[in-house]
Write a protein that binds this ligand. Structure first.
Ligand SMILES: Cc1cc2nc3c(=O)[nH]c(=O)nc-3n(C[C@H](O)[C@H](O)[C@H](O)COP(=O)(O)OP(=O)(O)OC[C@H]3O[C@@H](n4cnc5c(N)ncnc54)[C@H](O)[C@@H]3O)c2cc1C
Length: 284
């Protein structure tokens, strides 16, 4: 279907983009890579009068080192994250997870910030960002504010970003030397996960000293599997210990039922995929 008619601007600074948002209010929509927005417009699920394209704002692109964190610009494409050496060294979980996101064409257009702002509970970037304790820098007319990962994802397709605000960058605390794995279960290749598990683990001498685990598509937002994390701390990185801890993967979850699988099936998957992800992350 062809989208409803809209006007289009492509500002070159965040300030200009914010001014356009303020001018058009509810009638405007931000566009990053357009990989989720354009399908929505084509299905006429939304019909903004103004589309504000962030594609010409160079300051929103790239990955930089900022001491104890790496900082990823909101407009950094998935394909850049997949090959960036800072991401691979300090946030291996993101490096691993992004390889599973859609196909190469979409990874070249779609952006890290766009995927997080879209907040699809089946999106592949939310659980790794949550597990790594990322924080989100959001710009508005009154300046910038920073929101923690725990507060960023509010509900299905809803985040802490206000209607008049723009996500500018994501700060990811360094997890240098941590093992990581993203285990994604799909029916067909290049699709959103039915369930996926993001695990990053610090292990010393065969013992898991700390684990951080995020769940994709086990509720209306990405979730931390805190029960698993607690159960893993101080345990040997063995199949039996990780299997026992993974039984807590469904604590606090509320998985959906749909044509790809019902809630019970997703609960089963969460336990199996957590075991696989943690064992792989621990190198066991
Ligand atoms: C066929 C297909 C398969 C896909 N498969 C997967 C998959 O397997 N896993 C997966 O995770 N994703 C998948 N995607 C989605 C892909 O990851 C998109 O890149 C992503 O969801 C949106 O990123 P984008 O940059 O294209 O954002 P856009 O589509 O441009 O924007 C998405 C939403 O976020 C808002 N937004 C964007 N940037 C900002 C910002 N900086 N500040 C405030 N609001 C903003 C927009 O207004 C819009 O509402 C797939 C998409 C397609 C078309």
């Amino acid at each position: 279907m062809i989208p409803a008619q809209f006007d289009y601007v492509a500002p070159t600074t965040v300030e200009e983009a914010l001014a356009a948002l303020a001018q058009h209010g509810d009638d405007a929509k931000i566009m990053a890579g357009g990989q989720s927005l354009l399908p929505v417009l084509r299905m006429r699920l939304n019909a903004p009068e103004m589309v504000i394209d962030l594609g010409r704002i160079d300051s929103l692109r790239g990955v930089r080192d900022d001491g104890d964190a790496i900082v990823i610009g909101a407009m950094t494409q998935h394909a850049v994250i997949a090959t960036d050496p800072l991401v691979e060294e300090h946030a291996l979980l993101l490096h691993k997870a992004v390889q599973h996101l859609a196909d190469s064409q979409i990874r070249h257009r779609g952006t890290f910030g766009g995927a997080l702002a879209h907040a699809d509970p089946a999106g592949d970037m939310g659980a790794p960002a949550l597990a790594l304790g990322a924080s989100f820098v959001i710009a508005g007319s009154g300046g910038t504010r920073t929101v923690s990962a725990d507060d960023f994802f509010v509900d299905l397709f809803e985040t802490a970003i206000g209607e008049d605000e723009i996500l500018t960058e994501v700060r990811v605390p360094k997890h240098t030397g941590w093992g990581a794995h993203y285990e994604k279960f799909v029916r067909v290749a290049h699709q959103w996960p039915i369930v996926a598990v993001a695990a990053t683990v610090r292990a010393e001498g065969g013992t898991i000293t700390e684990a951080r685990v995020g769940l994709t598509n086990m509720g209306s937002t990405p979730l931390r599997a805190r029960g698993v994390e607690e159960a893993l701390a101080g345990q040997p990185a063995t199949v039996d210990a990780v299997r026992a801890a993974s039984e807590r993967a469904t604590d606090g979850t509320n998985p959906p039922s749909d044509l790809n699988g019902d809630a019970d099936y997703r609960r089963h998957l969460a336990g199996v995929l957590t075991r696989r992800a943690v064992l792989a992350a621990a190198g066991a």
